[in-house]
Design a protein around this ligand. Structure first.
Ligand code: ZN
Length: 368
């Protein structure tokens, strides 16, 4: 009851116009989650949404979601002299069968984690989303992992604020001259201790998150680096719930999973593959999180996709083959039964693959 009093006063003292702009300001909501719980008691509706390559969808419409996958990635580096060139329509028909098979297996939404300067191609994603019926979500942000090979030159010279304004422009105006907007921020960092440029990117992500509500997914080298990320974001005023720790399987003991999930961060175990050792490893991580009462902070995915290269002057697309004979299918085909044997119920599996992705990636708006 104590916290209701200042909120009521807040309503009374604000002009209506001020209230509209403040109540739709996602950063405010992230900083003050109680505000929404209280506002929800009034007539103001609060609704979660996702930004897909085809526009907004209700968070409840996501369904079974793979939270870390790729469609096409170009590993040549940030600014090579030449890149493999390919036609979007032809490539979409080549890759469509894999998306259709995923859709048939029950997958309804895919978070596509290929950042700018590693082959992000939002027009191709839109073609494939429309043709397959799978919601696809793309990203803004830069990838500093793998020795900063995928960072454009300006990432080294610009400030956090300048980088944030580039990413916010994509959020406000669209990506690469299209009206396709990012649905989250994607960064990449190596092991701890984080380098100055990695910290700068994380601070830029904090600025973008506070202004847009976009969640922050970070490819992370190890558990200590994930802890540093959470500390930087919290120091910038970001709720730890906004951080998705990508490749949390890089912490083999699971010690940091528990520590960061308890803080509210999302634990993304996203390299699931057919290898029997891998299935056991993931199963054990998931079982530990269940034992700690933290299954509601878990995300799972394959990190599958296709690399584009140039062969005899033509673009060629090869599946990553990181242990999966075909992309996007091991979770529903192999992991689900393995978890069931371990006592993970179908309701718990649904929470991990449907409810958690919606809670992790959704943004909030107020309907006035
Ligand atoms: Zn990935």
């Amino acid at each position: 009851m104590l916290i209701k009093i200042p909120v009521i006063k807040l309503f009374l003292y604000m002009e209506r116009r001020q209230f509209i702009s403040l109540s739709c300001f996602a950063g405010f909501i992230t900083l003050y989650p109680n505000f929404l719980a209280i506002a929800g008691e009034s007539s103001r509706a609060e609704k979660g949404f996702l930004m897909t390559v085809n526009g907004k969808i209700d968070a409840n419409a996501m369904g079974f979601t793979l939270t870390h996958e790729h469609i096409v990635t170009d590993f040549k580096g940030a600014e090579p002299d030449t890149r493999p060139e390919y036609d979007n329509e032809t490539t979409a028909s080549l890759l469509l069968p894999y998306l259709k098979a995923a859709k048939k297996s029950g997958i309804n939404t895919m978070i596509e984690c290929t950042p700018a300067y590693i082959g992000r191609n939002v027009k191709l994603l839109r073609l494939l989303s429309k043709a397959s019926g799978i919601n696809i979500i793309t990203n803004t942000g830069y990838y500093a992992a793998v020795g900063q090979k995928y960072l454009p030159k300006h990432a080294f010279t610009e400030t956090s604020e300048e980088l944030a304004s580039r990413w916010l422009k994509e959020w406000n105006d669209g990506i690469d001259g299209t009206d396709i907007k990012p649905g989250f921020i994607k960064l990449g960092v190596d092991n701890a201790p984080l380098k100055p440029i990695e910290k700068k990117l994380i601070k830029a992500a904090a600025i973008v998150h506070l202004k847009s509500g976009l969640k922050i997914a970070i490819h992370t080298g190890n558990g200590a680096a994930a802890r540093e990320e959470a500390e930087i974001l919290m120091a910038a005023g970001v709720n730890p719930e906004a951080l998705i720790w990508v490749h949390a399987q890089n912490d083999p003991s699971g010690y940091f999973h528990v520590e960061l999930a308890r803080k509210g961060c999302w634990i993304s175990l996203d390299g699931i593959n057919e290898n029997s050792d891998s299935i056991v490893q993931y199963r054990n991580h998931i079982y530990r999180l269940k034992g700690e009462g933290l299954l509601h902070k878990l995300l799972i995915s394959h990190d599958d996709g296709f690399a584009v290269t140039e062969v005899d002057g033509k673009a060629a697309f090869n599946a990553f083959e990181n242990g999966n004979s075909a992309p996007y299918k091991t979770i529903s085909g192999m992991l689900k039964p393995a978890l069931s044997e371990l006592g993970i119920s179908s309701d718990e599996f649904k929470m991990i693959t449907v409810r958690n992705p919606a809670n992790a990636f959704q943004m909030k708006v107020c309907a006035i």
